[in-house]
Each structure stands twice: as structure tokens, then as C-alpha cells.
Design a protein around this ligand. Structure first.
Ligand code: DC
Length: 218
């Protein structure tokens, strides 16, 4: 039986940073499920499909093949044979992913892929619905969160460090909107599973969060 760790939480809580570090220390494979929703979103953006056009989105899901592969331990997302890993980290793609992940055709396809991966491999998987829907029997479930101000500050610092001009208030507003949409959608909303451990990283260092999760895996 594979060992499965589920990490859920809102945008910008540090899920991927933490999950990657735990994966490296414990020898698990890190699966970033948000990247899969982002790859699909990129397809819809390129095809000029509106985020509100559920019929078109559902109809085009069959034309989209999303898969992941690992190179030197890093996850690469493949969209119809193209490696799109470097193209999906923009705010535009993130917002489109949030908007189009509400549709059942999109979720059904990606949840199946995620469950398949976790069946045979020790994984630490991050997302919004991992502990509740994708891996309800995960060995460890964590709900990782942080205050909006703290998440906006981290994102702001990340962008300015890259030399990208950023507007703190706009980032905070985007985060609030995304939180609202992700946690109020009808299908698999972002929510803490009953048996998940809540970790608020607002006042914690990365190492502290990583060690907390590693302790839970023992
Ligand atoms: O974690 P992220 O920012 O890369 O995710 C982008 C969007 O994808 C997020 O706003 C909602 C959606 N998502 C989801 O619905 N379920 C997941 N398991 C992961 C992401």
C-alpha cells in the first residue's frame, strides 16, 4: 500500500514549498494538482474559450490530455505533448484555473488522474480537495492556511524579488476573491476535512511547518 499525504489550503499558504520540502526529506513524490488545473486553463485561454461557457469547456475536455512527468525530481506538466510547466505560473492562468475548476467535467478528469498516481506511489499531494475527495483515506491530512495579509505579503515579495512590479492591495483582493470562489463552489469546495490537522503558517517559518508535517508522518 502506498503512503499518501494530503495537503489542502487556500492560494498562497505555502503548500507547494512545504510539500516539496517534505517530499525531498521523506522520499515521497510531490504531486502539484493545481498545476493540472492550470494546464487545462491554459488550453481554454489559448482557445479563447470563455470561463463562463460551461458547455464549450465540457465539450473540449476530451481534446485535452494532461499528464505529468518527473525530471530530476521536479514535476513537469504536459498538455497535449507540450511541456507547459514554465507557462502556467501567471496570475492570468491561476485565475482562469480557479474559474474553470468549478466544472464537473474538468474535475472528474483530473481527480481520476490524481487517484491513479496515488495508488501505487508514496505521494504528498497538494490542492483544495485532496483530503476531502481525491484521497479521503490519506494517511496524513493537513489543512495549511495563513492570513490574507500574510499570503499577500509573501506573493508581493516573490514578485518584487523577480523584478515584477506588483500592487499589494490588488494581490490581497485577488487572493480574497480566489478564496471565496474556491470555497463556495458547488463541487468539491475548498474545506478542511474533518480528520485534517489545521496548520496556520502565518507566524511559522518554513522549517517549522515542514517539521510539523514530518512529525505527523511518523
Ligand atoms: O494551487 P493553485 O493556485 O496552483 O491552483 C489553481 C486553481 O486550481 C485554484 O484556484 C483552484 C483550482 N484547484 C482545484 O480546484 N483543486 C485542486 N486540487 C487544485 C487546484
Amino acid at each position: 500500500m502506498a503512503f499518501n499525504v494530503a495537503i489542502d489550503g487556500p492560494a498562497g499558504a505555502g503548500k507547494s514549498t512545504i510539500a516539496k520540502a517534505v517530499a525531498a526529506k521523506k522520499g515521497y513524490v510531490y504531486v502539484d494538482t493545481g498545476a493540472m488545473y492550470r494546464a487545462m486553463a491554459l488550453y481554454f485561454l489559448r482557445e479563447n474559450i470563455s470561463k463562463d461557457d460551461e458547455a464549450k469547456i465540457s465539450a473540449s475536455v476530451d481534446n485535452i490530455k494532461v499528464s505529468i512527468k518527473y525530471e530530476d525530481g521536479a514535476q513537469h506538466v504536459i498538455l497535449n505533448d507540450e511541456d507547459v510547466t514554465g507557462l502556467i505560473r501567471t496570475e492570468e492562468v491561476g485565475n482562469m484555473a480557479s474559474a474553470t475548476s468549478v466544472y464537473s467535467a474538468v474535475r472528474t478528469k483530473l481527480v481520476a488522474l490524481q487517484q491513479e498516481l496515488a495508488k501505487t506511489t508514496d505521494v504528498i499531494m497538494d490542492g483544495r480537495d485532496i483530503g476531502t475527495v481525491v484521497l479521503p483515506n490519506a494517511d496524513v491530512k493537513v489543512f495549511l492556511t495563513a492570513s490574507v495579509a500574510c499570503r499577500a505579503k509573501r506573493r508581493f515579495d516573490e514578485l518584487t524579488a523577480k523584478g515584477v512590479e506588483a500592487d499589494f492591495d490588488q494581490i490581497a483582493k485577488d487572493i480574497e476573491e480566489r478564496d471565496y470562489r474556491d470555497s463556495h463552489r458547488e463541487i468539491s469546495p475548498l474545506k478542511q476535512a474533518d480528520d485534517a490537522i489545521l496548520v496556520d503558517s502565518s507566524e511559522m517559518t518554513i522549517d517549522e511547518v515542514v517539521n510539523t508535517i514530518i512529525d505527523l508522518c511518523k
